[in-house]
Write a protein that binds this ligand. Structure first.
Ligand code: ZN
Length: 601
């Protein structure tokens, strides 16, 4: 079998970014939104009426429009990713974003109207077959609405947030774009952008040079520390004011509600992780010996370990596809079947060529009921993992494809479950198939370092952000204090095990400055250990089958996170047991690493 490395976009809209079919669709959807807004405006339900026929029609139309925007958005965004110079594709993408904004204004009104139903009407509504499966998301809309102020007040906040919140994020992006870092190349000083320098720093193989680069990196950002502290203070300040207006007592309410999880679950997760950090001390010491330093520095934790006769295995695209499909099959034939379709029907853009956007993602085509995966495949094992990861996302969408739209909207903490799961299946297979000890050590180290990122690096971000919000409630936090808070958080999270830290991390990391969701950190750690826990259960328990896994995925947007785990895994996420099981497998990896590397030190 010879799989093509380019994706098929013609079957979605023929003609690329100049597609006439796309333009035609765009204006049709624009008209649909106008018609929808009239339909919604005109719908008024008498409080004694139990006739929900019109509401059914409204939800069906909303779903149709939303799916059309999803289909067009994935198409336009895909073309931009595949050729960053494609101006027409960029225009198409902006046009879709504009329509999305229009639909989301209608969404506010729709939510208000759903929430205006009396309790009596709502329970009658849920007796109808059409609405029954939407119980959880509709109930959630009604609950959230209770927290909101009047439509007028919410609209005012929304309008002011454009300059009061989004504006500071724009400012942050501008500041980052102004960062220029001096690098000496052939006795000449050239200037790198932040992104370029970060790549250079992370791919530098010599630990001494790495440390020096980190120093330059820190010093450059420090020069603008006061400006970055202004943006960060206003971003967090706006949120705190917003919470106060809504009378939210705790700044964790919004991030927890968004992820549909309880504080107790989050606290138990971090507590259990903290209790399981001790083995990392030995791992860090061994890794330091292997790469030839006294103690690991900030950047050394994720540096690659190359011992003895190490040669990394390379894969052709076809080999990678076959490897992934075969390994998926051993766990879930349905997942393998979908992956096979994805390769065969060209859902994947993998070609290694200039002009493509970096990174990888998976986007959904709700109308075609397919996905499109974007990445650049250059043949490394980490490329194979990325491919598996994105196919995991595609599988998640695939198993949800026939559910109502509202039941497909899963949160960030469970979004990474299917993807991490697929990645685990494949990356564990690459470790098992390693042909030399040196290769095995390299791959195992990569896996443990990934666990360290979720247990320590992300933990530091979480500790920092909590302390930031605590202090910000009392007033602004200056740049020196921010550096102190960051270094303290890193030392706490890494248990003082490193030689150097990254105090300016609060400025260099974009995630602290995004406006969409606050606390853009713990959902990552949750997703990783949740899927690791599920994976281990399936390995150990023969009675669990692929359909049980699929059933869990299908419920990811239909209940709280605690209920999801209770129903499908019979575990209580508020208790440490489940987390401990997942962490035990990290210990096993560390033990194996220590054993394998014994002879190299
Ligand atoms: Zn992902």
């Amino acid at each position: 079998m010879n799989y093509k490395e380019k994706w098929d976009m013609e079957s979605i809209f023929p003609g690329g970014s100049g597609s006439e079919a796309f333009q035609k669709r765009l204006s049709e959807v624009r008209d649909s939104i106008t018609a929808f807004s009239h339909e919604l405006d005109n719908w008024e339900l008498d409080e004694h009426s139990n006739d929900f026929t019109s509401l059914k029609g409204i939800l069906q139309n909303y779903e149709k429009i939303s799916n059309a925007l999803g289909e067009m958005g994935s198409f336009a965004n895909g073309l931009v990713s595949a050729d960053v110079t494609d101006q027409k594709a960029m225009q198409n993408l902006n046009a879709v974003a504009n329509l999305r904004k229009d639909l989301s204004s209608q969404n506010i009104i729709l939510n208000k109207k759903i929430s205006a139903l009396t309790e009596d009407q709502f329970s009658k509504l849920l007796e109808e077959d059409f609405f029954k499966p939407m119980h959880f998301p509709l109930e959630e809309i009604r609950q959230k609405e209770k927290d909101l102020l009047s439509t007028q007040e919410e609209t005012i906040i929304n309008h002011l947030s454009l300059d009061g919140l989004q504006g500071w994020n724009n400012m942050y992006n501008q500041l980052v774009a102004s960062i220029q870092i001096p690098v000496t190349e052939d006795n000449e000083t050239v200037y790198y952008s932040a992104g370029q320098f970060e790549n250079k720093m992370k791919s530098e193989e010599n630990p001494k040079h790495r440390e020096k680069l980190l120093k330059t990196w820190e010093e450059t950002w420090k020069k603008k520390a006061d400006l970055f502290s202004t943006t960060l203070n206003h971003l967090s300040g706006f949120r705190l004011n917003d919470y106060e207006l809504h009378d939210y007592k705790d700044y964790m309410k919004v991030p927890l509600d968004y992820n549909r999880m309880e504080e107790e679950t989050l606290d138990t997760m971090w507590d259990t992780i903290t209790k399981n950090k001790a083995p990392f001390k030995k791992y860090f010491e061994r890794k330091a010996q292997l790469i030839g330093v006294d103690q690991l520095g900030w950047l050394d934790v994720t540096a690659s370990v190359d011992v003895g006769d190490y040669t990394s295995k390379r894969y052709t695209y076809n080999e990678a596809a076959t490897f992934i499909i075969d390994n998926f099959k051993s766990f879930s034939p349905k997942m393998a079947e979908m992956a096979h379709r994805a390769f065969e029907e060209q859902w994947i853009e993998a070609e290694d060529r200039p002009g493509k956007r970096p990174g990888g993602y998976c986007s959904n085509l709700p109308e075609s009921k397919q996905s499109r995966i974007f990445m650049t495949f250059a043949g490394s094992t980490s490329n194979v993992s990325t491919l598996a990861h994105e196919l995991g996302h595609a599988f998640h969408s695939y198993v949800l494809r026939d559910l109502p739209l509202f039941n497909q909207r899963y949160a960030m903490n469970v979004a990474e479950t299917a993807s991490t799961f697929a990645e685990l299946v494949v990356s564990n297979a690459t470790i098992e198939n390693a042909t030399s000890n040196a290769e095995k050590i390299n791959l195992l180290d990569e896996k443990i370092a990934r666990s360290a990122t979720f247990m320590m690096n992300i933990h530091a971000r979480y500790i920092f952000e909590r302390n930031l919000y605590d202090e910000r409630q009392q007033g602004t936090v200056d740049s020196n204090r921010l550096q102190e808070l960051m270094e303290e958080a890193q030392k706490e999270a890494y248990q003082d095990a490193l030689r150097s830290y990254h105090p300016m991390f609060w400025a260099t990391k974009l995630h602290f400055h995004i406006t969409g969701v606050p606390f853009y950190n713990f959902p990552y750690t949750f997703g990783y250990f949740f899927s690791l826990g599920i994976y281990n259960r399936f390995l150990e328990d023969d009675t669990l089958l692929e359909d049980d896994y699929i059933a869990l995925l299908r419920d990811t947007a239909s209940m709280t996170t605690e209920d999801l785990a209770e129903k499908h895994l019979n575990v209580d996420l508020r208790k440490p047991d489940f987390w401990q099981e997942a962490l035990d497998s990290v210990h096993k990896d560390i033990e194996e690493f220590l054993e394998l590397t014994e002879s190299y030190v």
